[in-house]
Design a binder for this molecule. Structure first.
Ligand SMILES: *Cc1c(COP(=O)(O)O)cnc(C)c1O
Length: 398
């Protein structure tokens, strides 16, 4: 095992059982990407040509006509929407976020306007797009989309994610059918999705992915789709995209990650992850107030997680206090706790180094034992979580 750089930096050696999290450094880069990056760091390349090469690989894997690499999926949303607004007009590209056209409305279902670490709508507004939210949080009907489309509609954005409301909204096939009937292009934010072909096959004009999530590339985003739209997004690099610049190392690194994806042992990885889930479930089964079940991914990615449901009266600790205890422990273990207010959290196996599963199992047992010995039920008021959520951030760098 090579040295852990975190020690010399004085950083906590966190173990990530929360999934692919920007706040923890995204994912473990695949060995192919790690090997690729230093090969290009010291070379000059003509970047538009490097992006042409990346585009060929993206096209092969996604079935798209064209593609390129950007700084992140979030910047992919901004560039794709910018391209839909400016078209190939270079003066319009330079003028963004000011627009010379009234055709800048972007339709999004309300149930898709989520926060992935930043608001979806901000990525759209950033480039001069005007948000046109349709429907309500948990319902969109065909008539909402049909009536929202006008001659000012530049694009419609569809978000595929565990963050979005997962019932009552329009399915992508209907969304595309209605938009295309009125000549409106559909841009899909598929940042965290394993399916590189399905959204385009369903008719989306552009599909956007993160390069640093399941693909295990360096921090990057992937834009794939119709050639004219991809080109209009690409030319934004000479305007508003400059502040979202992607370097040669990320482009080349994600090219390697994409090629590795084609030959990745998906079955083997699934089996290894299953063994982690079984280990944790065995550790937890039979403990008072704990119910651990294996839960498939909500957007059907080939990934299961362990859902750890806690009855605080029996376990003598709440789900959020358990998550906090693990995060404060040695070593710190970060669980997937966005829904802890419902008294459960998830253990996500997809970003573990082999061997860490045993540390996670041990720490789960230790904290639950400690809670059993506690005189009082360990229960921080839930309101304290929201009250103090940004305390640390707002004191940064202290
Ligand atoms: C992660 C995520 C993003 C942002 O991706 P980055 O590549 O980190 O910018 C956008 N949309 C959704 C749904 C995401 O999950």
């Amino acid at each position: 095992m090579s040295e852990d750089i975190r020690q010399s930096l004085g950083l906590r050696p966190v173990i990530n059982v929360s999934g692919t999290m920007t706040g923890l450094g995204a994912s473990i880069a695949v060995p192919e990407a790690v090997a690729a990056v230093p090969k290009i760091m010291t070379q000059f390349v003509e970047m538009n040509d490097l992006q042409r090469k990346a585009g060929e690989i993206i096209a092969r894997l996604t079935g798209a006509e064209a593609g390129f690499v950007t700084a992140s999926c979030s910047s992919g949303i901004s560039l794709a929407v910018a391209g839909a607004i400016t078209g190939p007009d270079l003066l319009a590209v330079e003028r963004l976020p000011e627009t010379t056209t009234s055709k800048k409305e972007v339709i999004v279902q309300v149930g898709h306007i989520v926060n992935y670490g930043a608001p979806v709508d901000q990525a759209i507004r950033l480039v001069g797009g005007t948000m046109v939210p349709i429907g309500q949080a948990t319902s969109t009907h065909r008539f909402h989309l049909e009536n929202a489309i006008t001659e000012n509609t530049a694009a419609a954005v569809y978000v595929v994610s565990h963050h979005v409301v997962d019932y009552g909204l329009l399915h992508l096939s209907e969304f595309v059918e209605i938009a295309h009937a009125r000549g409106v292009p559909v841009i899909v934010d598929a940042a965290s999705e394993y399916d590189l072909r399905g959204f385009l096959e369903t008719g989306a004009d552009m599909a956007l992915y993160s390069g640093h999530k399941f693909l295990g590339g360096p921090t990057s985003g992937i834009v794939a789709g119709r050639k004219d739209m991809v080109r209009n997004a690409y030319i934004q690099n000479y305007g508003i995209g400059r502040g979202m610049k992607v370097g040669k190392e990320s482009i080349f690194g994600v090219m390697a990650a994409l090629e590795a994806w084609e030959t990745r042992d998906h079955e083997g990885i699934r089996a290894r992850e299953k063994s982690y889930l079984d280990l944790w479930k065995d550790t937890l089964d039979g403990r008072p107030g704990i119910n651990a079940v294996i839960d498939p991914d909500p957007t059907k990615n080939p990934l299961d997680r362990l859902k750890v449901m806690i009855d605080p009266a029996e376990a003598r600790i709440t789900a959020w206090d358990m998550a906090a205890a693990l995060a404060a422990g040695d070593p710190p273990i970060i669980v997937r706790d966005h829904e802890a207010e419902h008294q459960y959290f998830y253990l996500d196996p997809c970003n573990l180094h082999p061997g860490q599963e045993h540390i996670v199992a041990r720490r789960l047992g230790e904290e639950l034992d400690r809670a059993q010995r506690s005189n009082d039920i360990i229960a921080t008021p839930i309101e304290d979580l929201s009250r103090h959520r940004f305390d640390s951030l707002l004191k940064w760098p202290d």
